[in-house]
Design a protein around this ligand. Sequence first.
Ligand code: PMP
Length: 287
Amino acid sequence: MSLKVWQDGNLVAAEQAKVSVYDHGLLYGDGVFEGIRTYKGKVFRLDQHLQRLFRSAQAIRLSIPYNAEELGQAIHQTIKANGQTNAYIRLVVTRGPGDLGLDPNKSPKPMVLIITDKIALYPKQMYEKGMSIITAKTIRTPAQSLNPRVKSLNYLNNILAKIEASDAGVSEALMLNYDGYVAECTGDNIFAVQADKVLTPPVSAGILEGITRDTVIELAAAQGLELEEVQMRLDDLYSAEECFLTGTAAEIVPVTKIDDRIIGTGQPGPITKLLMASFHKYVHKQT
Ligand code: PMP
């Protein structure tokens, strides 16, 4: 049975779904999206994802033709139609079809798409032994150009850094911001542990305010861990005791090598492991 996708109010077979060649999401990356996940059929932090989607849309002056409740219902309808319990959900809103010019005013009807699929995880071994990452030469787009808080369809900045990661034979690349401070990875937020304190760059470093990041910040507090959102240099990461990444698909993944530097003992550290365990417990409780 083929998977169904939800498009502009209808469930259609994935192979039959059509997007206009004039859609500005395709022509210009003009649109916004969310990557959401279900655990045992329950959508994780749906309200927060929808709030971020509407915030992103507002930032690019895109008016979504459905409200949050309707989009929530559409997501549930799609996962139900596909009989999925542990799914990755891609919710996309494009500017819609227009002409070949840039002017968004000529795209009166935004297009909304919900695709549900399997989760593409990092290999299990990375969770046990840790992941190696590199620092990309490509810097994160400055907030003054296109605020990374906006989860837009324009991911070329991240893709260029991801190519650097692939060239180096690793799965993720760390991106610094224009001022040389640590920002985030191409599709994950970053954390470090220094003197038993959990550190992560503030949103003002020019990052996506990750929902897994928010969850980890809450869990750290619940565990009585000290946590600080603080500007970090690459050197601070090199000398950290522990490092890990967070993201919807990745959850929490330990980082044990950055460039040619071993982080801490070269093994996932105790605070990382504690947060991984409390994340799994938390997710289990939510479902
Ligand atoms: N940063 C970037 C650039 C991302 O694309 C993502 C999502 N894949 C994240 C961070 C993590 O955000 P979340 O925890 O909401 O998935």
